[in-house]
Design a protein around this ligand. Structure first.
Ligand code: UTP
Length: 408
């Protein structure tokens, strides 16, 4: 895109202020700015004007789970089916590591955080260690796709290469970068983070399959016959990845997808709950639940909305290909975004000043016909690191790692 084309596009969108300092920029900066303008998705600005494109919620009903007892009774059968699929190369894993991890306040990619006390023990290392247990059991590597963003791609790759992928065979590791989205002020004006750079941030974790396709991995998935993808977050250091029992249970259930869930610790716990919405699986966030839903109990005394998601899902590749043709909900989130003011000075806001656009992986669940709700033991599989201290923090995760026999 050249200057004239960029100007015309911005005039249409009411965003010509982005070219205010164009003449002061070096040739490279000008080129980079034009490329960013070329990539701007006009649809996002339209969505902002209409205050989001979230659909009205349908009829919400509880969804139970395959409980830990059910799973234990069938463990041998589930594991055998899962291991067979893994050995046949039908299962891949996708690590969502494109987030900014702002709550942790660590200036490197979250996976590089060192949890060790007597030795280095990085978050990435914990995850790869867990996956290696499956590799050892199955006798074959599981293809591992790692999603980064342009903010952390270089650091992530360098770190994993320097650490020799913590023993994982690099031939089975594939990186791809997620897309970025611009930040806007309350009037919908796109912000600049430098005179020649639009303020952008990763566009949420829901665009992962689109980004994987854009990076050209659909061919590989089809060629290698990878029929299932296990999506997981970077921050849960205890989670089991490509867990044969979960894979087998999902396959044998005949469901389109699977989600690991935990029984809520208390009715008010702040987790998204796997439910049914108009008969299809769906996740309702804790802040969307009514008082009545929070307190409702089944005949056996269990909470009706009992099963919280932990961002560990199984999706079928063939369904994902169809799904990306549909527009996903774009969530508008209010955040602190540093920006250049009208005088060209950098402002670092103390309070949320801008809006970002995010697609969320949890919305993909409602695009499935069925989802196996698969309960896991929380003290063994759930140790998320969102904050430095307090709830879901470095402190709580370290404690849980120790309880699981990991030397820190
Ligand atoms: P979170 O919702 O915890 O977001 O991500 P975050 O960006 O890591 O952390 P905060 O909110 O700024 O503190 C859940 C998972 O989704 C990934 C994260 O890396 C994490 O594994 N994610 C999130 C992405 O891959 N891309 C995104 O744009 C956002």
């Amino acid at each position: 895109m050249d200057y004239e084309q960029a100007k015309a596009k911005l005039e249409q969108l009411g965003q010509t202020h982005l070219l205010r300092w164009y003449d002061e920029l070096s040739d490279t900066e000008q080129e980079q700015l034009l490329a960013q303008i070329d990539e701007l998705d006009p649809e996002l600005l339209e969505i902002f004007k209409n205050k989001g494109n979230d659909q009205e919620r349908g009829k919400i009903e509880p969804l139970g789970a395959l409980t830990i007892d059910d799973i234990n009774e069938n463990r041998a059968r589930f594991e055998a089916a899962g291991l067979e699929a893994i050995r046949e190369g039908k299962v891949g894993a996708v690590l969502l590591a494109g987030g900014m991890g702002t709550r942790l306040g660590f200036d490197k990619p979250k996976g590089m955080y060192n949890l060790g006390e007597t030795r280095p023990l990085y978050i990435f290392e914990c995850l790869i260690h867990n996956l290696m247990e499956v590799v050892d059991k199955a006798g074959t590597y599981v293809p591992l796709f790692i999603m980064t963003s342009e903010k952390n791609d270089e650091d992530t790759r360098e770190f994993l290469e320097e650490n020799k992928f913590f023993g994982y065979n690099p031939e089975y590791v594939h990186f791809f970068m997620q897309a970025m989205a611009p930040a806007v002020d309350p009037d919908g004006k796109i912000l600049l983070e430098e005179k020649g750079r639009i303020a952008t941030s990763p566009n949420g974790n829901g665009g992962w399959f689109k980004s994987m396709m854009r990076a050209g991995f659909l061919g590989l998935l089809q060629r290698e016959g990878i029929e299932w993808l296990n999506i997981f977050a970077v921050d849960n250091v205890l989670q089991r990845i490509a867990d044969p029992c979960f894979v087998g249970a999902t396959l044998l259930s005949g469901c389109d997808s699977g989600s690991k869930v935990i029984a809520k610790a208390d009715p008010e716990e702040r987790v998204g709950v796997l439910c049914l919405e108009d008969g299809a699986p769906s996740i309702v966030e804790y802040y969307e639940m009514t008082e009545e839903m929070v307190k409702s109990r089944e005949a056996d005394g269990r909470l009706s909305y009992n099963y919280g998601v932990i961002l560990n899902y199984l999706f079928q590749t063939s369904h994902l290909v169809d799904m990306v043709k549909n527009q996903m909900s774009v969530h508008i989130v209010n955040k602190k975004v540093p920006y250049i003011d009208d005088n060209g000075a950098l402002v670092k806001p103390e309070e949320p000043n801008a809006y970002k656009f995010e697609e969320l992986v949890l919305d993909m669940i409602h695009m499935q016909k069925t989802c196996l709700s698969y309960e896991v033991v929380r003290s063994y599989e759930f140790a998320p690191i969102k904050n430095a201290t307090g709830v879901d923090s470095v402190e709580t995760a370290k404690e849980l790692l120790k309880q699981n026999g990991v030397t820190l």
